[in-house]
Write a protein that binds this ligand. Sequence first.
Ligand SMILES: [Zn+2]
Length: 312
Amino acid sequence: MRTVLAGDLGGTKCRYALVGEDFSVHRVQEVPTVREQGAFLQTFDAALAAVLRELPAGLAAPTAAGFGAAGVVRPDGRAMLPAPNLPLGCVELAAHVQRTFGLSTTLLNDGRASAWGEFLRGHAAGSDPLLCLFFGTGIGIGLIVDGKPYGGHANAAGEIGHTTFEPGGRPCPCGARGHFEAYCGGRAITERAAAEIGPPPGGKWTVGAVVATAATADARAATARAILADAERAAVTLVENACTLLNPAAVVIGGGVATGWPQLRTRIEAWVRAHTTAPVHRELRFVESLGGSDAILWGAAAATGALWRPRT
Ligand SMILES: [Zn+2]
């Protein structure tokens, strides 16, 4: 069976594996993301070498490599632009992999890789156009049009989390103010909880802990409910705007915020159905995300073009 080498380069951890043409995933290596560039590349090389060391029976050696990366990827798909979560700005990563492992290499943004995986194997498989929104630490988005991710003119399309929700509002990790991500991103929710509620139960605020606190009779519950009300107002508005702009066939809602706060998906769907025009919502399907990083590996594998061809 044909294979490619695929990777999910995330801000917290990186996963590498062989992906077969039947979507099977083999020889997974998972390593924490290190912030120093030299150390990152050493770990990267060692993990790829470990994936490639022994080929499972029945698998052919990979013919290409693809990586989904947390950040903006250069339009030629050969390197990342400087990103806050990965020390790979200015590293010619595709050339490095080609030189070290002899594999032609493609990079794409991890939101797009994930959306491609959802389109190929997820609950909304084949729905086109497919809009995927991942409410994680930040807000990831991927739009599949004609069977492949839409990138825009300079590969920068889709950063809807960094559009304005409240002019002059809360500071966003990107440096601007009032962006959607500053209200409904996971980092914003937990940072607000730490600042406004106080010490977390169990040592660390998570979105699930904020949701649990909001449900108590505790004096802190009102603050937790106010934080979640802001987050919900931002999330439903964001998805309403995106659906009206793009008229997708299906919407996948995923990410850690959606996992820790399961009611959010239901509320987003109810809001979008009530606040968009009939042609936008009549046949629109809301679908749960596959979750996990395999979707990113499948999307990264698809980006190589070595296993599956996009529809043309
Ligand atoms: Zn922003």
